[in-house]
Design a protein around this ligand. Structure first.
Ligand code: KG4
Ligand code: ZN
Length: 343
């Protein structure tokens, strides 16, 4: 299938043209960071308005770069949730209008399912199931078991902050600009990861859940202390990053000790983190299991991954252009098509 993907769940306005779920003909993203940076975080109202201003041009750009006319695509895939409602509705309303006007199929994709397939973009291999996915972004931190493109479940998740949120908040404490994840990553490269022993969350027995709020608070108290004021910022960044990576990799290993998987997949914006990538790949080597990390452009939010998920999920996510609605709390498990096509 040749699909036009649209993604507007958070603050990236993105469109892509993808063939057969993995050959990316174009992947365009209009970054809004400049509009949110001065507020130190994403302002939902601004995000929605920017999507409205940018989406048409972004979609036209994606089609133009792929040298594909809308009449040539087989369908339109859009993120239906989860995400910010004011952002989601812009993508969903646009996709519905495009599908209705062009008579093309409409696919309503769960944003998190998109992240699962991001590691397979521009690669020749297809996923072999079951997969164990560590999805870490600004809004989510979870471990998911994926049995097939349409059967998946969350086996562990954050009890408070998402890993990306912890990076962004800690970056702020360190006086670094938003979004802080990449900045902490860069600063940490020159620091000592063993300089400060920040706490690592331990899961309740039998669970694979994680928590980052205690870590963030501990970094804050340390920075406010006498020793903290004198501490090298790079050492603090590296020690914080090591604590996040330790928690994520600990939960990954616990999951691997429980069940056999064909591969482990890292995804979400935090998947771009260099220390996490190294530890993830090392874990794959230790367990003798394929470890896949998406290319950086597919780690953060993008529309290619949305088209990729739609291609693999097909009829299960087919939606009606007249009745599809955005759902900020769209469930992770795919029980049924969000809106069945009326025949
Ligand atoms: O997946 P994503 O683009 O958006 C959401 O769906 O949330 O993830 C964005 C998050 C931000 O919190 C950002 O700081 C974090 O990913 N991030 C990183 C790195 N690059 C992006 N965190 C740590 N290290 C990085 N290199
Ligand atoms: Zn995301």
């Amino acid at each position: 299938m040749l699909l036009l993907g649209l993604e507007t769940s958070c603050d990236d306005t993105a469109a892509a043209v993808v063939r057969d779920g993995r050959t990316v003909l174009s992947n365009v993203s209009a970054n809004q960071d400049a509009f949110h940076a001065k507020y130190g975080g994403i302002v939902p109202e601004i995000a929605g308005r920017r999507h409205l201003a940018l989406l048409c041009a972004t979609a036209e750009d994606a089609l133009g770069r792929a040298n594909i006319a809308l009449s040539e695509v087989d369908g339109i895939a859009v993120t239906a949730g989860p995400g910010l409602i004011g952002s989601l509705v812009i993508g969903v309303a646009s996709a519905k209008a495009l599908a209705f006007a062009s008579g093309k199929s409409l696919y309503a994709v769960n944003h998190l399912h998109g992240h699962i397939f991001a590691a397979y973009m521009d690669r020749d291999e297809e996923p072999r199931y079951p997969l164990l996915v560590l999805l870490v972004s600004g809004g989510h931190s979870l471990l998911a078991e994926v049995q097939s493109p349409t059967a998946m479940r969350i086996i562990g998740k954050t009890l408070d902050d998402a890993a990306g949120e912890a990076f962004d908040k800690t970056a702020r404490l360190l006086g670094l600009p938003f979004p802080g994840g990449p900045q902490v990553d860069r600063l940490a490269a020159t620091g000592r990861a063993d300089a400060h022993a920040f706490p690592r969350h331990r899961p309740e027995s039998g669970t694979l859940n994680m928590s980052f709020s205690g870590l963030k608070t501990s970094v804050r108290y340390f920075l406010e202390s006498e020793a903290g004021r004198r501490a090298d910022r790079a050492d603090v960044a590296a020690s914080f990053q090591a604590a996040v990576v330790d928690v994520l990799i600990d939960r990954l290993r616990r999951a691997l000790n429980r069940n056999a998987y064909q591969a482990i997949v890292l995804s979400g914006g935090v998947a771009a983190n260099s220390a996490l990538q190294r530890a993830f790949i090392d874990t794959g080597i230790q367990y003798g299991i394929t470890a896949l990390v998406p290319a950086p452009r597919y780690c953060t939010d993008n529309a290619a991954m949305i088209a990729a998920a739609a291609d693999r999920q097909g009829e299960a996510v087919r939606a009606d252009p007249l009745t599809l609605t955005a759902d900020p709390n769209l469930p992770f498990e795919l029980h049924a098509a969000p809106t069945k096509v009326q025949s």
